[in-house]
Design a binder for this molecule. Sequence first.
Ligand SMILES: COC(=O)C(/C=C/C1=C(C)CCCC1(C)C)=C/O[C@H]1C=C(C)C(=O)O1
Ligand code: AKG
Ligand code: FE2
Length: 368
Amino acid sequence: MEVEARSGGSSASEGRWSQSGTSLPVRNVQALAASAGEVAVDAMERYIQPGVDGDTVLAEHSDEVPVIDLAKLLDAESVEVEAAKLRFACEDWGFFQVVNHGIPIEVIAGMKHDIQKFFQLPLEVKNAYAQRVGDLQGYGQAFVLSDDQKLDWSDMFGLFSQPPQARDMSYWPNQPPNFRNSIEEYSSELMKLSHSLATFIAKTIGVDPELMEDKHVGQFLRMNYYPSCTTTPEKVLGFSPHSDGSFITILLEVNAVQGLQIRRHGAWIPVKPRGDALLVNVGDFLEIMTNGKYKSIEHRVTINAQKERLSISAFQVPKYDGIISPVLGSTEEKVLYKTMRVEEYARLYLSNKPYGKRTLDYAKLSQI
Ligand SMILES: COC(=O)C(/C=C/C1=C(C)CCCC1(C)C)=C/O[C@H]1C=C(C)C(=O)O1
Ligand SMILES: O=C(O)CCC(=O)C(=O)O
Ligand SMILES: [Fe+2]
């Protein structure tokens, strides 16, 4: 039986973040994909994105997303060289892969196992954790904000995971049995990693690491399920082009299926999943804070004809009642971004389906 969900409008996490609603029902994409042979053409119309199949994709490229070794950053002998690599990665790529990240293999394996098991549960079981009207958390579809927008070919399960007082435990699944524990362990390990990365990022821009502390105290986990699409994989997207409304995002590719592409020099570059790394990207708040030196790069997710894909994005976000403003390197530096309340930026970001760097453009004082 296919159950339909509606997205809609009240609030989440003590009323701080919300999205307004739509009237058309949105189908569960995993169920839609499973009924591929019978999917009506008009049902697919909502997912087909004109022009996507004509975009330039550099499938064969020599560049690899820079690899940053956390162990080398933590070693006094190698820190300078590795920090220079980190700086280049944030300036030139907006993305890097972090190896020797210190998160125990069992923690990552547990999380991978449980999220795969969760998405395999029958729809009615998963729907016990369905997004409630207007809430960002829960099982459902993301960024459904108008009836005439294109929909992404994905389901997601979202949770405010940090700080602990932001949690709504009614969304934390009891199935599979160890899932709550896996989320807790994974989430706290990511907070430690985020802290280390923010400290070294501060070093690369000559900023007091203390200034970074309240910029990544919150964490939203978005667990992504991208079903295969047997009919028109090249015409749909799992996640439309966007930059992240985060300070940094830490991504775990769960099942080694390629799909993520990043915009680089006007083309889309597929990222090859690397089993031993976590993928980190600069988010909008870090771009603003560095006055544009570090780039929150657009990326998107494509869909495979045969294989499902799973990933987990951890959006590390600032204190919601804080301020975000550019930190200047010298008095001569021109200020390129507005000083904004984090809450204002978040509301703006969440009020539209992410589209390229639309929200960041609003934060800019002039074209750069
Ligand atoms: C790409 O998605 C995001 O960047 C994102 C970020 C949302 C947030 C802010 C802009 C400010 C702080 C709070 C919060 C983490 C919610 C996605 O967030 C969620 C929201 C939906 C819906 C989703 O799928 O992910
Ligand atoms: O699934 C992915 O690889 C990326 C997901 C993503 O871009 C996001 O959650 O913001
Ligand atoms: Fe993203």
